[in-house]
Structure formats: C-alpha cells, structure tokens
Design a protein around this ligand. Structure first.
Ligand code: SF4
Length: 456
C-alpha cells in the first residue's frame, strides 16, 4: 500500500482519490483478470467478465486488457459516474458515507504519480498493466460448491457424467446446467489466439508488471504455468512479484516442485482459499482434504522461500458456522510465523446468489453477525490482525447487518432458500456428501434447512 505513514485509508481516499472523481478506481486501468481459455476479462474480481474480441487481439495484443467496455468505464469514472458493473463497491459505499470499498484498496497499491497520469490520458489509449491475474485454462482437481464448470474441469465432469442440476430457478446464469464449453474454447493441442497474444505481450508486460497473479483452474496443473516459472528462473525479474492462486491440494510431487521453484524464483507469493474449518471446509470445497491442505500450508511456510502466503476467504452462507474457528486457526499460524503472514482477505460471495450469506433468515444472520463481531473485538487485542484484515472482517459484519440482496436483480430470499436446498440435496448425492451430518454441530442452520418447504 502506498499510503503515507500514519494516514488512514479514509484520509488517503480524501487526499488522492476524491480530487480525481467520486467514482475513480485505478484498477480499471492498471489491473485485470484475463481468462485465456475463454478470452474473457474483467478489471477486478467483482464485475462479471466480458468477452475480448479474438479479431482485436490478433491485430493488437494489448486488446487482451484494453477492451472497448473498459475504455467506456474509464471515461465514466473520470466524469464521476458509477459504472454499473462496479456495483459491489457502490453497495459498500452506500451502506455508510465514509465506508471504504475495494476501489480504495485497489487504487492505493499504485504510485500516486502513476495514478495522476491517468487523468491526462486519452480515454482511447491502451495502458500497460501493472497488476494482472491470468488464467491459462480451467483444469482443476477441486469442484467447490460455489464454483462452476467455467473454472473447474472437475465441475465439468460432474455435469457431463451426471447431467444438469435440476430446478435451480434463481440461477439465471445457468452455471449448473451445462459444461460451459465457452469457458474453454481450445483443446490443449489447438493454437489459442489469447495465449499467443499473452506471450507476444509478455516481453513488454514483464517490464510493466509489478505483480502477476496466476489463477486457474489450479495453476499447478497447467504446463503454461511451469513454462512461466522456467522463464522467470532463467530471467530473474526483481521488480515482478509472482503470485500463484493455488488450492494447495495438488499431489505432493507438485507441491515439492513448487517449493523447489520458490528457492530459484524470488518473490513468489501464494494465494490459497478457504473460509471454514475441518469437515465444513471439506463439504463446501469439494476436493479439499483438511489434513492435506493444512499440512501443505505449514509445509510451504516452513520449507518454501515464499514472500507471502495469503488466505482468501469467499464468505458464503455455510462458512458462517465455522468461520471463527477458521479465523482462530489462522491466528495460531500468525503466532507461529508472523503477524502479517499468512495474510487474510475477505470477499463476500454474490454468485450463485442462493449460496450468498443473505439467503439465511434474518435471525440466523443477525446471530452470526453478533458472533463474528464479538470474535473480532476480542481478537483485535492480540495485535495479530492487520488494519486491512480488521477492515475487511468489519465490512463483512456491516454487510450481514445491512445488505438485503446479494446483487441487483437477484431473486427473493424465499426463492433463493428453495434453490439452496435443491442444490445441496443434489450435491450430496453426486458428491457422496451429507449436509445433515456435516452441519449437525450447527443446529440453527440444520433446523432452518430442514424447514425449507420445496413444495410450496
Ligand atoms: S468493482 Fe470496485 S474495485 Fe473493482 S474495478 Fe470496480 S470500482 Fe474498482
């Protein structure tokens, strides 16, 4: 973060962002997620992705990121208008006037000089990225409940082998009814124009980027990722921090190979995901084995030379019943290692909306909110949680307190809860799981689940 010593995020916002405009976010220029398997991009993980024209990237590899849609959003932001696709931030800001949304976090990582340059740019100009999240393909050994065939081949196999999920009326995106072939347009043996554009851009990109985050699928299963690691081993780049979004559930052999690479490729950061504890985590994140995952976390922290280990939480309805056990487990890791490693981030799940925390009835949500609030107030005293971690947990508390719908246009809570039950009934059968025995330690959740009447 490039904020001045002693400056709060709010003070930073007032000093640097507000004078540009009331809706400015540097992520729209300097940050992107690009899925090369499908040719989809977005400026951060909140807006839904949009298609990059294959023709455009063949003419200009920078069109991988500088799409007409992003250029339009940039122009809106410079005028103080709110691009609709950024509603996640507007929702957080509209809860309370001085709330800090992600656009502040995502702007504060860049140098002020680079931020101010953007005001003078022609809105049609292409920009080289400074931070990039890239996915080469969707091969993944997990099939988490809130993920989909777009991001996981194990999910593709579920739909291909057992057919579509049925009766999920609120899932307007139809994420559980098809194998989403558009998410992987090319076979491993085909020439993929998006991957070709990436490697053409790479000599220039590797100089402008300060952070490259590789996601998947599971990156450790992608040959392109090992090609990238081999390149960085041969061509050390001190200015580039490489982050790998790994589920840390790959075979031992790959984890060992990764640990070995961390010795020759400096500055690798690992981003892994989890948000609940033990059997709850294994239920929500199908494919995860708690023992293996937690052992791998210890292993990469103790044997690897990684610059940072981030744990990204995707807060869904089910994780709320062991989220504080999970957070305590992270606190223990901090005690053993460092207060800022591992580093936590909290994202609130919006899609599929029937797994959002907002599907829970008001009384359960409010009880969970109070539980997390009291956890936070006692753990703050340990001085192990960083300001950003506290802010993001506080934001979750506010969200549970105030926000009523997961996103604009989402269905009623009654319809969402029916889909919640319909989904998990089918998930149990397909994945050999059992909702009732997994959550028997959470009687309020179980009672509510059992009370959902699907015939009404
Ligand atoms: S959703 Fe928020 S953080 Fe993401 S690009 Fe939009 S304004 Fe920036």
């Amino acid at each position: 973060m490039k904020i001045k010593a002693g400056e709060s995020l709010l003070q930073y916002k007032k000093r640097v962002i507000d004078p540009i405009s009331s809706s400015f976010c540097a992520a729209k220029w300097y940050n992107a997620t690009i899925w090369l398997g499908s040719g989809i991009t977005t400026s951060c993980h909140h807006p839904l992705g949009h298609k990059v024209s294959e023709k455009d990237v063949q003419l200009n590899y920078k069109a991988l990121h500088n799409t007409p849609k992003k250029k339009e959003c940039r122009s809106q932001m410079l005028k103080g208008e709110r691009p609709a696709e950024c509603e996640y931030c507007w929702k957080v800001e509209d809860i309370k006037r001085e709330n800090i949304s992600d656009r502040v976090f995502k702007t504060a990582i860049y140098e002020e000089e680079d931020i101010n340059k953007l005001v003078r740019l022609n809105s049609n100009e292409d920009v080289n990225l400074k931070t990039l999240e890239i996915s080469f393909d969707r091969t993944c050994n997990f099939a988490c409940s809130y993920c989909s065939p777009s991001f996981s081949t194990t999910w593709v196999n579920d739909i291909r082998d057992q057919g579509p999920y049925e009766g999920l009326d609120t899932d307007k995106r139809n994420h559980y009814t098809t194998t989403q072939p558009s998410a992987q347009l090319y076979k491993p043996t085909d020439e993929n124009p998006y991957i070709a554009a990436f490697w053409k851009w790479w000599p220039e990109l590797s100089k402008s980027l300060s952070e490259l985050r590789v996601t998947g699928g599971e990156p450790l299963l992608s040959p392109e990722v090992w090609k990238l690691l081999d390149f960085l081993e041969r061509n050390p780049n001190e200015n580039l921090a490489l982050a790998l979004n790994s589920n840390l559930g790959a075979k031992d052999e790959l984890i060992q190979k990764l640990i070995a690479k961390s010795r020759s490729v400096k500055s690798i950061e690992i981003y892994t995901s989890n948000e609940s504890f033990g059997p709850h985590a294994e239920y929500i994140r199908d494919g995860l084995n708690w023992e293996v995952w937690s052992r791998n976390i210890h292993h990469v922290m103790e044997s690897g030379h990684f610059r940072q280990l981030h744990i990204m939480m995707t807060v869904n309805s089910l994780c709320l019943f062991s989220v504080t056990d999970f957070l305590d487990w992270v606190i223990e890791l901090k005690k053993k290692n460092r207060a800022d490693m591992p580093f936590l981030s909290v994202n609130i799940l919006r899609y599929p909306s029937f797994q959002s925390p907002l599907v829970l009835p008001d009384e359960i949500r409010s009880e969970r909110k109070e539980h997390i609030e009291s956890w936070l107030s006692s753990r703050k005293r340990l001085n192990l949680l960083q300001e950003m971690e506290i802010e993001s947990i506080q934001r979750l508390i506010d969200y549970l307190d105030v926000v009523q719908t997961p996103h604009s246009g989402s269905s009623s809570r009654e319809d969402l809860e029916k889909d919640f039950k319909r989904f998990f009934q089918q998930y149990d059968v397909r994945r050999g799981k059992d909702f009732s025995s997994t959550f028997k330690d959470s009687p309020t959740l179980l009672k509510w689940y059992q009370s959902i009447n699907l015939s009404g």
